[in-house]
Design a protein around this ligand. Structure first.
Ligand SMILES: [Zn+2]
Length: 203
């Protein structure tokens, strides 16, 4: 892998890798795809590095970590949403101006029709063969934007619902209301679980 990283001449890309790797644990192909998708979005949407973004990732593995580090979007600040469709794709937008109902974004996907030009990368992507990360990544470095397809999208800015809380009549714990329910979500599950444990004990 060191050799692959040494072949990178773009200092910006190197600095991104340096920041993402300690967070993710190692340089995986998926996290590298995330870095490249982030860079395409940055050029197309024209935001500076370090700006906090909104990202919807269509996979939960590897890729989201690149956006957490480079785009400052996390589960906790609601900048990162995972819609796990098992796709190497992400939709990125900048923060919407105050009171805006819609915002411009970009959806970018690693395109199998384009990776087909790079047999080793394509084998990794289509899971045809076991391909080491350094091999798949060296193809991605050579291909640059050439293996991605993107389109501009018009996104709805979600409204912030009013937060209401209640104390559960069953367990006495406080929880955030979805509607006007009296019992928290975990209580029915908890009683179901204890029934399962009981019946397992009888057998
Ligand atoms: Zn409860």
């Amino acid at each position: 892998m060191e050799e692959v990283i040494r072949s990178i001449t773009d200092p910006e890309l190197l600095s991104q890798i340096e920041r993402v790797v300690p967070f993710h644990g190692y340089l995986s192909t998926g996290v590298f795809v995330g870095i490249q998708i982030y860079n395409i979005a940055r050029r197309r949407l024209g935001f500076p590095e370090g700006e906090r973004l909104f990202v919807t990732c269509e996979t939960s593995s590897c890729m989201p970590d690149a956006f957490q580090v480079l785009g400052g979007c996390t589960i906790g600040n609601k900048g990162l949403r995972i819609e796990n469709l098992g796709k190497m794709a992400a939709t990125i937008s900048r923060r919407a101006p105050r009171d805006a109902k819609r915002v411009n974004g970009i959806r970018i996907v690693l395109d199998p029709a384009k990776t087909a030009t790079y047999p080793r990368l394509h084998s990794w992507y289509m899971n045809i063969d076991k391909v080491p990360h350094e091999v798949a990544i060296s193809d991605l470095i050579r291909a640059e934007d050439g293996v991605y397809t993107w389109e501009m999208v018009d996104l709805e800015v979600p409204e912030k619902p009013e937060k209401r809380t209640a104390v559960c009549q069953s367990c006495g714990e406080s929880f955030v209301l979805k509607a006007d329910e009296r019992i928290c979500k975990s209580c029915p599950q908890r009683s179901k679980k204890s029934i399962e444990i009981c019946s397992a004990g009888i057998r």
